[in-house]
Ligand binder design. Structure first.
Ligand code: 13P
Length: 283
């Protein structure tokens, strides 16, 4: 199956009350782990890249990996750009072949966030690419974006509804109390806002900061309208630990051993989350 946008896969997920996993890959091996597992579990999947990862490898390299791996795949796969602050870079990725983009102008005041999102949405609409936008501020570090706790605030429901009204978004990411990175304490999730924003906008909701949330938090958020769950930190841990632990156990300068262990380790994280989000068997 060719690469697809997120629009149909997330509408279906919202309607049937499961979520599609959006996994931040960092290289070919992690990408391969995500797609192989999703295929084995017959699950739709979102391969997500941070801007930092795209700059590291170059856009065309990442697209060529994914086309090679996913073009023959029986499952729908979306290639999504995570948290991009620059409309110009969104254009670069759309031109290179991304099927979905996130504009993150959430640090700006309402009107400026809306204007930047509208600009990105126009580019994306013209290219047949789906769009995610953010409102409120999600605490923590997502590659080169850092939001301190005192800067984080939840999305206001009325503002969120006004924001989404004229935008053709595939999914909306309101800050609802989750955080990027490792949780320091028990996060307080504003489930009431998830429910109200999902109902009043009619949009699937993206849950950012998926690493470390309790299973019940996922289940409840998904039952209320979350249809996309982002997992990045857990992939990074599995990627490094999978390689390093295997090397430490065998102490051989034979890279294919640790690379195989890394593939398995990332694959385990993806398996566990796809099962938890209920997207197994949905293709
Ligand atoms: P985690 O790093 O907490 O898994 O969050 C991922 C994310 O939301 C990426 O946008």
């Amino acid at each position: 199956m060719a690469l697809v946008t997120m629009t149909d896969m997330l509408q279906k997920a919202k309607g049937e009350k499961y979520a599609v996993g959006a996994f931040n890959i960092v290289d070919y091996n992690s990408l391969r782990a995500v797609v192989q597992v999703a295929e084995a579990l017959k699950a739709p999947v979102i391969v997500q890249t941070s801007v930092k990862t795209v700059r590291f490898w170059g856009p065309s390299t990442i697209v060529s990996w994914l086309r090679e791996i996913a073009s023959e795949s029986p499952i729908p796969v979306a290639l999504h750009l995570d948290h991009c602050k620059e409309v110009d870079y969104i254009k670069t990725c759309i031109d290179a072949g991304w099927t979905s983009v996130m504009i993150d102008a959430s640090a700006k005041p309402f009107e400026e966030n809306l204007a930047a999102t509208r600009q990105a949405a126009e580019l994306a609409d013209a290219a047949g690419v789906s769009v995610e936008a953010e409102m409120g501020r999600i605490v923590g570090v997502e590659d080169d974006i850092f939001v301190a706790e005192h800067d984080a605030h939840l999305a206001d429901v009325d503002e969120a509804v006004a924001f989404c009204k004229d935008l053709n978004l595939a999914v909306f990411a309101p800050a609802i109390g989750t955080a990027h990175g490792v949780y320091k304490g028990e996060p307080k999730i504003a489930f009431d806002r998830i429910e109200e924003i999902a109902r009043r906008t009619g949009l699937p909701i993206a849950l950012h900061g998926g690493t470390g949330l309790a299973d019940e938090v996922f289940r409840k958020a998904i039952s209320l309208g979350c249809a996309k769950v982002n997992i990045s930190t857990a992939i990074k841990y599995a990627f490094i630990d999978g390689f390093v632990d295997d090397y430490n156990a065998n102490r051989k300068y034979e890279p294919l051993g640790p690379l195989g262990a890394q593939l398995d380790c990332v694959g385990q994280v993806v398996t566990q989350n796809i099962k938890l989000f209920g997207s197994e068997g949905k293709v």
